[in-house]
Design a protein around this ligand. Structure first.
Ligand SMILES: [Zn+2]
Length: 279
């Protein structure tokens, strides 16, 4: 699932390609993935591309918004030639390097002949038209408001496992399974620890670890791991999977102590950790 670094990467790559362009048509191939009236977007210019948590928000010239959530398997591809789109590599889950593909749900066409393909194998992702931006409730990891005090305020109140708390988008927004696992490893905290058992120092280390991992993910242009759909808008892969610490490293040695990394199913998701380093 695209997390903050992946959506940030999509945002940075889309900006130079779509800001200032006029939407000439929106083709909805799967009505489930497009909510609202497409007519309010047609003929409008894209004036801004922003990211809040894992949500990408395009501001249109009529002050309407296209809000995009990638959920489990969403992809956004940009082509200079929307009617004959060819990419360098085969696109994950489509078995093809041409668009539209079997997983393409929405096509946004621009007046100059370029366009966007919104692909989503699992169909949980969406594009919503709205008159207000759909900004997630939680505090964005990259905002100035995200401080050790914020984490302390959240952890103090609950015995919920720390990893589950970090991934609750209504509290903190942007962290999913990849960056939660690797941040907890870096902070030497076991994913199942009750949140209120963390001391001040651990909270401080965790805050630092989250920022470090999220920023590394952005520098690596996101993670395109073994079973993940994430790709950049030009069809190329992210590089952060080469720098995973514990995520998807089950049965491999810990990078610090060589103990074998464990994987457990935890609240419906896989947790990866070093049983020796993480307490
Ligand atoms: Zn270890």
């Amino acid at each position: 699932m695209p997390e903050l670094p992946e959506v940030e990467t999509i945002k940075r790559n889309l900006r130079p390609n779509i800001i200032g362009k006029t939407i000439s048509e929106i083709e909805i191939l799967s009505p489930k993935n497009f909510i609202g009236d497409k007519k309010s977007a047609i003929g409008k210019k894209i004036v801004k591309v922003e990211r809040y948590g894992k949500v990408l928000i395009l501001t249109l010239s009529n002050n309407e918004y296209l809000n995009i959530h990638f959920k489990l398997s969403g992809q956004m591809l940009f082509s200079e030639n929307v009617n004959k789109a060819v990419f360098k590599n085969p696109i994950p889950f489509t078995k093809s390097n041409t668009m539209p593909a079997n997983t393409t749900r929405v096509i946004i066409k621009f007046k100059n002949g370029s366009g966007l393909f919104f692909n989503d194998l699992r169909k949980f992702g969406w594009i919503k038209v709205s008159d207000k931006p759909l900004i997630p409730k939680g505090i964005d990891v990259l905002s100035k408001k995200f401080t050790p005090n914020v984490i302390e305020g959240l952890t103090n109140k609950t015995r919920r496992p720390i990893k589950v708390l970090l991934m609750d988008q209504d509290l903190i927004t942007g962290i999913g399974n990849i960056y939660a696992n690797d941040s907890l490893f870096l902070a030497k905290i076991h994913p199942q620890r009750p949140a209120n058992s963390l001391n001040k120092n651990e909270v401080k280390n965790l805050h630092k670890a989250i920022l470090q991992e999220i920023k590394k993910g952005i520098n690596d242009q996101g993670s395109s791991g073994a079973d993940e759909a994430f790709i950049l808008p030009d069809g190329s892969k992210g590089k952060h999977q080469r720098n995973f610490l514990v995520y998807q490293r089950e049965k491999q040695p810990c990078l610090i102590c060589k103990t074998i990394i464990k994987r457990i199913k935890h609240h419906g998701r896989s947790s990866f950790f070093c049983p020796h380093c993480q307490k």
